[in-house]
Design a protein around this ligand. Structure first.
Ligand code: IVH
Length: 706
């Protein structure tokens, strides 16, 4: 820190500063804090304690509060500061940023349109206007405007929580600091895609190379890398662009159609994609797709498909969401990109459940702008089907984020000499036998599994990888590389060990290992501490029980509310308790496969011990209660028969919004059975058990209309 001379502004109380002194002081503080940030983030070598650093930021904030007119463009208050863990502060999205379901061909688009028509109960000749636009291959951003002023910018992250990149987005020219036009909503989150043009990407890589700096693999990575710079002045020097296509939280909708909203966004000061078109239905959108596909190479920026969105916003609202995607939109992807290369080796990877996956090691080849060196061969049968040998020339394909795949062997190139023999033992040091999975029909399935289970080191590390993954515990600074290292060192063998690491660090001395310093160790432990408190659905998902993915975990969490009651139910399942089985079966989207998987998991003493140790280390938050102030909140409802007023999906979506639990079968716990025409066995069962049966109208009246 610079020496403070008695007469410098640095030693003057904030209250006593003159305007000139304040100006000088803000300049000094900006430079000093920026220098500390650089040391902290880039050099991993802070020069001051956290308390001293916080003191500087507090002083800066106090001076700014007294002299708001003097706030500098490069003020530290506009940039994010030292975060205890990770590089950027996390921000929770007011409205989650979801993803789109994919269509890979005309047939899928046809299904999409038909599904919407069915859901909305549209007459065959009723118009269904759809907005079609390119799907930009960049990264999505949410920009929050309050009273028309840009106040924050956040990346998508996991959809619920992103990174605060406010200082960075302020430097992007296509992003207005202030919304223009009349009737700007008081709260308005604008969403869209940050991207980099081909020309700008190539020029940037050339500059990087000249300066001896790393180059980017493709424009998308280059846009992401440029946006997520701690030093926003670097972002400012990168040619980022932005297309607006949607919104999140908004206090009032200025238009009532998607196309109207896009025009409104343009009027508010955003670039919108010039190809965006309002289409009249299926034929129109497919024609649009082909036109854009033809223009694709000449656009000057990467797109990976087109997006279709129902135009009417009231229909979007009715259609709602399934899992993480809207029912009212879909991404129609372009065909995968392909290239040919040679297979140098085939390696076996062992997953969390012990499944052996053969991976082809390729001579590096560029497919659609990305260098590919590995491609999955799925399983033993796929190798046989392709007839692939080591040394063969093969066609490799990459589609979107999907792992590259081998499509075929090029027969007229020199072939490999020896047929590949799938291993009969696990590649781990235990060499446990590999068994082919049985299908439900008792036939041999395609998957080969290591029979080592809990002893297999691969399965253990994969379990840990899943546990810390983004949608599970999401621990910053604990990724696959670290897990592999910690596992090798014997510091980590099961999830609970993560939470005892800090206490054991007196022995481990992590800071003395390569790649670690005092700061990164402190950051890691603080990230772990933050996760001692975890939502029930994440916790259930993190256990990595077979067939229990995110959606299932959410359903279980909602159904049981607390870890205690879920855990009790699982233990009862293992004892063959039929009532518990029926109760679980009654939950929406839960059936025998999941129930059997839970019974098998908790039936294993080893798993119970792992869970017990883990629950001793963490606090599992009860599931968020669904709305409690509606007439049907907390009630269990079964829909049966053919409904006239709305489709089954819509009825369920509405009930869910109102806090009701939707069940698939009728039991003693069912509160209402809503029966349409031709209701069969469920209605009979309801009568038998004395459950209240409602007509659609009665249900609507109870639920308070639509
Ligand atoms: S609309 C509810 N429109 O694709 C989701 N997304 O798979 C609404 N994307 O995360 C998204 N171009 O990053 C939409 N014209 C476009 C898009 C677009 C690119 C990205 C976006 C989103 C991902 C969804």
């Amino acid at each position: 820190m610079p020496v403070k001379s008695a007469d410098s502004a640095a030693s003057v109380d904030v209250d006593a500063l003159t305007s000139a002194q304040a100006r000088a002081e803000l300049k000094r503080l900006a430079a000093e804090i920026a220098a500390h940030d650089r040391r902290y983030y880039q050099d991993d070598a802070p020069a001051v304690s956290d308390a001293e650093y916080d003191g500087l930021r507090r002083r800066n904030a106090a001076v700014e509060a007294r002299f708001p007119d003097l706030v500098r463009k490069d003020s530290p208050s506009r940039r994010i500061g030292a975060m205890p863990a990770g590089r950027f502060a996390k921000v929770r999205h007011a409205v989650p940023m979801l993803s789109l379901a994919n269509a890979f061909g005309d047939e899928d688009v046809n299904d999409f349109v038909a599904r919407i028509r069915r859901f909305l109960k549209l007459e065959a000749d009723a118009e269904l206007a759809i907005v079609a636009e390119p799907k930009i291959d960049g990264l999505s951003l949410s920009l929050r405007y309050i009273d028309g002023e840009l106040v924050s910018g956040a990346t998508r992250g996991d959809g619920a929580e992103g990174e605060d990149v406010t200082a960075n987005v302020r430097t992007v020219k296509d992003i207005p600091q202030r919304l223009s036009g009349a009737h700007v909503p008081a709260v308005c989150e604008v969403r869209g895609e940050v991207y980099m043009s081909h020309a700008d990407f190539l020029a940037l890589n050339a500059r990087q190379e000249k300066a001896g700096k790393p180059t980017f693999a493709n424009p998308r990575n280059s846009a992401a890398g440029s946006l997520r710079q701690i030093d926003a002045t670097i972002t400012a020097s990168r040619p980022l662009r932005f297309f607006a296509y949607g919104w999140g939280e908004i206090s009032a909708l200025p238009r009532d159609t998607q196309s109207g909203m896009v025009k409104w966004l343009h009027g508010a000061g955003f670039a919108i994609n010039p190809l965006t078109r309002l289409c009249a239905g299926l034929d129109d959108v497919l024609a649009f797709y082909r036109e854009v596909e033809e223009k694709r190479a000449k656009l000057g920026y990467d797109i990976d498909g087109v997006v279709y969105k129902v135009d009417r916003l009231d229909w979007q609202e009715r259609l709602g969401f399934v899992s993480r995607s809207p029912r009212w939109a879909i991404a129609h992807k372009f065909a995968a990109e392909r290239a040919t290369t040679v297979i140098n080796a085939i390696e076996i990877q062992v997953g969390r459940t012990g499944a052996l996956t053969p991976v082809a090691k390729l001579a590096p080849v560029t497919v659609g702008g990305v260098v590919v060196q590995n491609a999955t061969l799925h399983n033993e049968d796929e190798i046989a089907r392709l007839g692939v040998r080591i040394g063969d020339t093969v066609v490799v394909q990459r589609a979107g984020d999907v792992i590259p795949q081998i499509v075929s062997v090029v027969e007229d190139k020199p072939r490999g000499k020896h047929a590949y023999h799938f291993p009969r033992t696990c590649p781990c040091y235990l060499r446990t036998p590999v068994v082919r999975e049985q299908t439900a029909a008792g036939e041999e399935g395609a998957i080969s599994r290591c029979s080592g289970e809990f002893a297999c080191p691969f399965q253990k590390t994969e379990h840990l990888n899943h546990f810390v993954s983004r949608r599970a515990f999401d621990i910053d600074g604990l990724g696959e590389k670290q897990i592999a290292f910690f596992f090798e060192q014997g510091w980590l063998t099961e999830p609970a060990d993560i939470f005892t690491l800090k206490a054991r660090n007196a022995e481990i001395r992590l800071e003395q290992h390569e790649g670690y310093g005092e700061t990164s160790v402190r950051n890691l432990f603080s990230a772990i501490e933050q996760r001692r408190d975890i939502e029930l659905e994440r916790f259930i998902y993190a256990l990595g029980i077979r067939h229990v993915g995110e959606t299932t975990a959410r359903m279980l969490a909602r159904g049981y509310g607390s870890w205690r009651s879920f855990h009790d139910a699982c233990l009862k399942l293992t004892q063959g308790d039929d009532e518990t089985r029926a109760e679980m079966d009654a939950l929406d989207q839960i059936g025998d496969t999941v129930i059997d998987a839970l019974a098998a998991y908790f039936g294993e003493a080893h798993n119970r011990r792992i869970v017990e140790r883990l629950t001793g280390e963490v606090r599992i938050r009860d599931a968020e209660a669904p709305p409690a102030d509606t007439a049907v909140a907390g009630k269990t409802v079964v829909f049966t028969g053919s409904l006239e007023k709305f489709t089954r999906d819509e009825a369920k979506a509405q009930a869910d919004r109102l806090g009701a639990k939707i069940a698939g079968s009728v039991s003693k716990k069912t509160d209402y059975v809503v029966a349409g025409a031709n209701a069969g066995s469920k209605l009979a069962k309801a009568r038998e058990l004395g459950v209240t049966v409602l007509t659609e109208d009665e249900w609507l009246a109870l639920a308070g209309g639509r």
